[in-house]
Design a protein around this ligand. Structure first.
Ligand SMILES: *[C@@H]1O[C@H](CO)[C@@H](O)[C@H](O)[C@H]1NC(C)=O
Ligand SMILES: *[C@@H]1O[C@H](CO)[C@@H](O)[C@H](O)[C@H]1NC(C)=O
Length: 392
């Protein structure tokens, strides 16, 4: 009798085990993002939803998930970063796929159990039909510097609080060389949108915290600067649109040999500074000698480029600061604009909002009187204009 009972019990157990991998009752979805085609992988089994727990989670497994959901191929297979205190509900452990299975249930499924899962093993799938479109650095002076963001199909995720490891992956993905500056210094992973080891081939493989959309202070974030970054400035001239040409590569400002500054390249510099076109290129340190390196790699622009960054480069001359290149551009537009703006602000400062107005000046402009954030600045100008008109 006991043997028969045991046999019944055993076959019931066998039945329930055999029912597991054949699909049917099990279900799958991606959660916590705007799109059904990217997010944390949730699996349902025996009426309960839970996370998938995998130490090894690759594009092979993620691509099976994407295929099963009709979401195209996988573009990323990151892990999840739960919020502090968020409970992980492990359910399916140690999935392993060949990559060509039509559904996850055709893969080798380690075990359905709610036993412990280290939180860094909770898996995410990003599919080609999802919203994750591109990563980029914005508001910098070149595509290789700026604030990191992910462009989604209908929205943009600003990535707050990143450190050197994440900046490294960003710079690499953008083909900008190593990262020289990260938004945040030091360690600590609290309230980061994304966590990388620094060795991932793409930001899509970094661990994603899909829930974190607030609670991070963007004001504390510096721009990411990659070694491939370049920008220009004119120093020591009569106005911001003339002076000694200084080129920043990565974080370092240096000067250019006058023999390396042809007119096409000079036009591009003027355009980058929104200073019109080049008028003359006085050499021999006409605007004073610079300090720092004299770059030996020259820019050979065709003339139509929007930034010096986009110009072809090649070997240049070797010279000392006595041959520093200078440049006069036609425009003074920015300076006029700034003078105008200062008058507007003065008007406004006479009112009650003095401190705020000062703040606007220091935050909107760099020491050369140019805007650091064009979009923001323009909006602020119009706000100031409106306020000053209302007030007068
Ligand atoms: C994914 O994209 C394909 C091709 O554009 C489309 O046919 C399919 O319906 C999409 N699936 C989902 C879930 O949006
Ligand atoms: C999953 O795999 C890991 C590493 O191989 C192992 O330590 C763990 O016990 C496995 N989990 C389950 C539930 O079998």
């Amino acid at each position: 009798m006991r043997a028969a009972l045991r046999a019944v019990g055993l076959s019931a157990l066998l039945l329930s085990v055999m029912a597991v991998p054949t699909g049917g009752p099990s279900d799958l979805r991606l959660a916590y993002r705007h799109s059904p085609c990217d997010g944390v992988v949730l699996v349902q089994h025996k009426g309960e939803w839970g996370h998938v727990c995998n130490q090894e989670w690759t594009l092979k497994e993620a691509s099976v998930v994407c295929r099963q959901l009709g979401c195209g191929h996988a573009v990323g297979a990151p892990k999840y970063v739960p919020l502090p205190g968020e409970v992980v509900q492990p359910w399916l452990h140690n999935v392993s796929c060949r990559g060509d299975e039509s559904s996850l249930w055709g893969c080798s499924l380690g075990a359905w159990t709610q036993s412990q899962c280290p939180y860094e093993w909770v898996v995410v799938a990003l599919c080609s039909n999802g919203t994750f479109q591109a990563v980029r650095l914005v508001q910098g002076r070149s595509p290789c510097a700026g604030l990191p963001e992910i462009r989604n199909m209908n929205s943009v995720d600003r990535l707050c609080g990143l450190h050197k490891e994440e900046a490294t992956v960003f710079c690499q993905e953008l083909e900008c060389g190593p990262a020289l500056q990260a938004p945040r210094q030091g360690g600590g992973s609290a309230r980061k949108y994304m966590t990388c080891k620094g060795t991932e081939p793409t930001i899509r493989n970094c661990r994603l915290n899909n829930n974190l959309r607030s609670g991070c202070d963007f004001q504390q974030d510096a721009q990411v600067v990659c070694s491939g970054h370049t920008e220009v400035r004119l120093v020591g001239g009569e106005h911001p649109c003339s002076g000694r040409l200084e080129v920043r590569r990565g974080l370092t400002w240096g000067t250019v040999c006058d023999a390396d500054l042809d007119l096409a390249t000079a036009h591009v510099v003027c355009r980058e500074l929104q200073c019109g076109v080049a008028v003359s290129t006085p050499g021999d340190a006409h605007f004073g000698r610079g300090s720092g390196p004299v770059w030996t790699e020259a820019f050979h622009c065709e003339g139509h480029e929007s930034l010096l960054f986009h110009c072809p480069r090649g070997p240049g001359n070797q010279c000392g600061h006595g041959q520093d290149a200078g440049l006069r551009c036609s425009g003074e537009a920015r300076r006029v604009c700034m003078v105008l703006l200062k008058e507007m602000l003065l008007l406004w400062v006479e009112g009650r909002e003095e401190r705020e107005a000062r703040l606007l000046v220091t935050e909107g402009c760099d020491p050369y009187g140019r805007t650091t954030e064009p979009g923001l600045f323009c909006r602020d100008v119009s706000r100031v204009l409106r306020l000053s008109w209302v007030g007068s």
